[in-house]
Design a binder for this molecule. Structure first.
Ligand SMILES: *Cc1c(COP(=O)(O)O)cnc(C)c1O
Length: 468
């Protein structure tokens, strides 16, 4: 291991160049401040997408809204718009401060993508958008639809027969498969989901019940994607949703930003020079958090600070950004196993597209242990009655780490933010949870309770040993 080369260097050389790698490889929790972070004016010029692309995605979703409202009755209330609430989590805020003995200035609002209609996770943004875009492209090419039509006409047998000539496939750790699978099956596509070994059994069962073909791979996410791509490429009528490189997925996620802005306005939450916004995004391959970050930066520029969060066993975006090697390296190259209960984040190799596009825009990345995810899961249920899946808890530790870690405080200092923190807003992005079956959520909760009480014991022992 020591001698074999990783992207042209030995492990010893990498560790020497980036000493934080020692902790990352030991799978300890770390907080990394991005040294390449730049002010907005200089940073975003390099991105190849812009506001117009995001607006185009917003308009496409509006065209589809009448169709969505018709086929997913749960979206009738929002007229076919798939959007989640945002709520202040005051009780949890207080509890976090107690748990970590850390004052957290500012308020904490939770963005509840666990409640997104149709697939109960952040994947209901990018995944569904990409399927709809493909469906629109095909129907327009074949003179079945114009952009001025009422898209609810797609909900008929003629369209379903048309779409049944086409296939869609995707590689997934679970939630992307759910979102692409449910939407594609509803439209009438043949759909195949290639699941990695991490994918939960209930997610596979649910998809099969909707007529989706689920192929199980005894390998991690990157391999499942590779296999899926290969099989799809062999069929000219098949479209492969490429989670690692798709700009459409990315744009579907980016639409979240203008909607969030509206919600913050409605709550009278200011974001400006004196009112900084901090957003904490659970990260797998990077498309979801990357797209949201891109959208937010276009709107709030230097007033928003976006941090990504990864499991200590799957810190692929962190290693990709830090070494500047992006998708040229995987966590496995560094001897990290990519085994985590946070199935949505169990990705060993990051999207090169996201890493390269946003390398000057992401403020930093921190990692979190699985057992902490569970402790936060049960705490959020106890304090706020909000039920998230383990991956989705990765964001809620952000406000603690920002104030508690040395790098976090350094970030505040360098960006002259300390004296503004009383006016700050923290938004952890709760990326999933509503589809989890009740008995599985209960087992998560019990595990969280157990871990919390062990952590509590440890803390009280520490206090005792200090006293005597
Ligand atoms: C997929 C997923 C993420 C991260 O999205 P990526 O695009 O893979 O980075 C975060 N949380 C949950 C619950 C997810 O399913």
């Amino acid at each position: 291991m020591e001698d074999s080369l990783i992207a042209g260097k030995t492990l010893t050389e990498w560790k020497k160049a980036y000493p934080l790698l020692n902790k990352i490889i030991s799978m300890e929790e770390v907080f990394w401040k991005n040294p390449k972070y730049q002010v907005y004016k200089e940073a975003v010029i390099t991105a190849r997408l812009n506001e117009e692309n995001v607006r185009d995605a917003e308009e496409r979703l509006s065209r589809f809204a009448p169709y969505i409202a018709k086929v997913f009755p749960e979206t009738q209330e929002t007229n076919g718009m798939i959007e989640s609430p945002i709520v202040e989590i005051h009780n949890f805020h207080n509890q976090l401060e107690k748990m970590f003995n850390q004052n957290i200035q500012g308020k904490i609002l939770l963005k509840c993508d666990n409640q997104l209609a149709i697939s109960g996770s952040i994947k209901a943004r990018g995944g569904i958008y990409e399927v709809l875009k493909h469906a629109e492209d095909l129907a327009i090419e074949n003179n079945m639809l114009t952009m001025n039509d009422d898209y609810s006409i797609i909900n008929n047998d003629e369209f379903r027969k048309f779409y049944s000539k086409y296939s869609i496939s995707v590689g997934s750790t679970g939630n992307l498969g759910l979102s692409i699978g449910i939407m594609s099956a509803k439209i009438g596509f043949n759909v195949t989901v290639h699941m990695s070994a991490d994918a939960k059994q209930w997610k596979k069962d649910l998809l099969r019940s909707k007529g989706v073909i689920v192929i199980e791979h005894n390998s991690d996410y990157s391999k499942a994607v590779e296999e899926g791509r290969k099989q799809s490429d062999a069929n000219p009528n098949s479209f492969f949703v490429d989670d690692e490189n798709s700009t459409d997925l990315f744009l579907g996620y980016a639409v979240a930003a203008s909607r969030l802005k509206k919600q913050l306005d409605e709550l009278n939450v200011k974001v400006d020079e004196d009112h900084p916004l901090f957003v904490y995004l659970p990260c797998g391959v990077g498309g979801g958090p990357g797209g949201v970050t891109f959208g937010l930066k276009l709107i709030f520029k230097d007033h928003v600070h976006c941090f990504f969060s990864e499991p200590t066993h799957s810190p692929c975006m962190l290693i990709g950004l830090m070494t500047e090697q992006h998708d040229r390296v995987s966590v496995q190259d560094f001897g990290i196993d990519n085994l985590t209960d946070a199935d949505g984040l169990a990705v060993g190799r990051p999207s090169g597209f996201v890493g390269k596009s946003l390398e000057n825009v992401i403020s930093g990345v921190y990692t979190i242990e699985d057992k902490m995810l569970y402790a936060l899961l049960s705490t959020l249920i106890d304090t706020e009655d909000i039920y998230l899946e383990p991956s989705a808890l990765a964001g809620v530790l952000g406000p603690v780490q920002l104030f508690k870690s040395r790098s976090g405080r350094k970030y505040l200092e360098q960006n002259k933010l300390f004296h503004k923190m009383a006016n700050a807003t923290h938004i952890p992005w709760a990326t999933g949870g509503n589809m989890v079956p009740k008995e599985i959520m209960e087992s998560y909760y019990n595990k969280g309770l157990q871990i919390s009480s062990e952590m509590g014991d440890m803390l009280s022992k520490l206090k005792k040993s200090k006293k005597f």
